[in-house]
Design a protein around this ligand. Structure first.
Ligand code: NAP
Length: 266
């Protein structure tokens, strides 16, 4: 099969695990070199070895996305290493499961700091480079929780709705500059982030590889949004648009909130 991203260079944040790791490997399989950003050096090095085994280059760059300076240094490091960056996948994120009424201000701000401002910092770090070269793919992992709020994820949902709104605007503003902004809306995915949440058979967790393939498709086809898996996610979005009562009913009927079966592992 023909590789679609030969000669391209990519940055992936949250590349040490789950969807980020799968995306790094999917991009590498398509011929792209990948700069891997996260905090866990050992895990990043392991992913880098897997990427290099696919015949492309990998660079490990440590950064906490909440620290703008660390992040800028990492993105600048990737640009220096590869000369140019064509793809930046803002993917890093954390999950918090807690009923809205029990959330503390500290938890809420912490979630926004990580999932919203952290990913914005990534976008702002790469934007001058994309503008200077007149193009690039800015891909953001949102979540279906950024389309329809599902209990007990209020804090997480707020960060994802914020990302959805912000990058929708960015997408329209940057289009004329040749910068493609694409958003990925995964449903529940089988990664360490939700290892403590069981999902019913009717809406099982999807594989991280499915999300990674959606990222590749989003880039190659300049897609604005990828709902994954498409049909059930689209039905939920449409139902909720027609009637929020119907949307809420679907959440209950399909048990989209899942069941907590243990303590969070990350
Ligand atoms: N799993 C799902 O059901 C699901 C569904 C929809 C959307 N998503 C989204 O998909 C993205 C990836 O999540 P995942 O499911 O793959 O979870 P995961 O396996 O726990 O991976 C999360 C990644 O984000 C990184 N990360 C988190 N906070 C960071 C920070 N402050 N600085 C740097 N890196 C940070 C982690 O790296 P280090 O710990 O090494 O720093 C890790 O590589 C997230 O945005 C998540 O919200 C997940």
């Amino acid at each position: 099969m023909k590789q679609k991203l030969i000669g391209k260079n990519a940055i992936v944040t949250g590349a040490s695990s789950g969807i980020g790791r799968a995306t790094a490997l999917a991009l590498a399989k398509q011929g792209a070199n990948v700069a891997l950003i996260a905090r866990n050096e050992a895990r990043l090095n392991a992913v880098a070895d897997e990427v290099r085994a696919l015949g492309v280059q990998a660079e490990v760059l440590l950064a906490d996305i909440r620290d703008g300076q660390q992040l800028k240094a990492a993105v600048d490091g990737a640009i220096e290493r590869f000369g140019t960056i064509h793809i930046c996948h803002c993917n890093a994120g954390i999950y918090l499961r807690c009923p809205a009424a029990e959330l503390t201000q500290e938890q809420l701000r912490g979630m926004m700091e990580n999932n919203f401002f952290g990913n914005l910092s990534t976008a702002y770090a790469i934007l001058p480079h994309f503008r200077a070269q007149g193009g690039g793919h800015l891909i953001v992992t949102v979540s279906m929780d950024g389309k329809k709020g599902v209990p007990p994820d209020a804090a997480y949902v707020a960060t994802k709705f914020a990302l959805n709104g912000f990058f929708q605007v960015m997408r329209q503003e940057l289009r004329r500059e040749g910068i493609h902004v694409g958003m990925i809306f995964p449903s529940r995915t089988d990664t360490p982030q939700i290892a403590h949440v069981a999902c019913p058979k009717i809406t099982p967790k999807a594989s991280p590889d499915k999300m990674a393939n959606a990222v590749v498709k989003c880039i190659v086809r300049n897609k604005r949004e990828m709902l994954v898996p498409y049909l059930p996610c689209k039905l939920l979005v449409l139902a909720d648009a027609i009637s929020p009562r119907l949307g809420d009913w679907m959440v209950r009927a399909f048990k989209l909130d899942g069941v907590q079966t243990g303590e969070p592992v990350v």
